[in-house]
Design a protein around this ligand. Structure first.
Ligand code: CA
Ligand code: CA
Length: 268
């Protein structure tokens, strides 16, 4: 027969086991990042994890850093994530102690600096940049399109001593009637990485809309360059805007390639 004392002892053992397992599952190094009020995802001990996983570790009130593309812009407090719609939606909103613009990202990272270096914005009127963009347009079926560069950001993503360039180009903002009639749009973000003796141009995200109904035009934008998983390599956050909403994408740089790490689709 189990005595009252034994029952209490067993109950204490069960509680201790629950406490220890909960403590053990807490990562030593944890990150979480939010755009537009939505949890994009997070990182645990250097690995990127989706919103559905990191949300379990954001139980209490947390302090977040706010970043624009070029600097640390302040701090705010964020509440526990709340699911949007049905639990299968994997869409979580976080309410913050203050409002901030869509250009900002809120980052929870207590054990490392997500912005150890800042991008430098270069003059994008250089012929070299235009020649690269023209080449990309030609490969994608738009040899006659005007090479409209919107931004060139320079930063040493992988800290190998050589700066990479992230070139953004788009004709979405150009009100050219001829082009509107042709219904040809392009928008892309390109990573340019130099190696000894060669330079590689990699389109990280791009939309080349030829007006043939086979694709949906999207505006691709470089949003942030931050170390979101604490491995000292800068990660890239891009957005794609469609008629029906947004997609946020996080890429990590591995062996000179931009590798997709996380994606969040938001329908508006
Ligand atoms: Ca580099
Ligand atoms: Ca990183």
């Amino acid at each position: 027969m189990i005595t009252v004392k034994s029952k209490i002892f067993i109950a204490i053992l069960i509680l201790a086991a629950i406490f220890i397992s909960g403590y053990a599952s807490q990562p030593k190094k944890m990150g979480a990042f939010i755009k537009d009020g939505y949890l994009i995802g997070g990182s645990m001990d250097g690995n990127f994890v989706p919103a559905s996983e990191i949300k379990n570790h954001l139980r209490g009130k947390k302090e977040y850093n706010l970043y624009s593309i070029s600097s640390l812009a302040g701090y705010c407090w964020g509440k526990k994530p709340q699911v949007v719609g049905n639990p299968e939606s994997n869409l979580y909103r976080i309410d913050f102690s203050k409002d901030f613009s869509r250009d900002m990202i809120a980052v929870y990272a207590k054990t490392w600096n997500p912005m150890p270096q800042k991008p430098v914005f270069d003059n994008y009127h250089f012929d070299d940049y235009k020649a690269i963009v023209r080449e990309i347009l030609k490969i994608n079926g738009m040899p006659e399109a005007y090479a409209n560069i919107t931004q060139v950001a320079k930063i040493d993503l992988d800290q190998d001593g050589t700066q990479e360039e992230i070139i953004s180009a788009s004709n979405f903002g150009i009100n050219s009637m001829a082009w509107l009639k042709k219904k040809k749009y392009y928008s892309f973000v390109l990573l340019r990485k130099k190696y000894p003796g060669e330079t590689k141009n990699i389109v990280i995200s791009g939309s080349f809309y030829l007006g043939d109904g086979l694709d949906v035009p999207a505006e691709c934008k470089l949003e942030h360059i931050l170390d979101l998983n604490g491995d000292k390599v800068m990660d890239i956050v891009l957005s794609e805007s469609y008629d029906y909403g947004f997609i946020y994408k996080v890429y990590e740089i591995r062996n000179g390639q931009a590798v997709p790490a996380l994606q969040l689709n938001i329908e508006t």
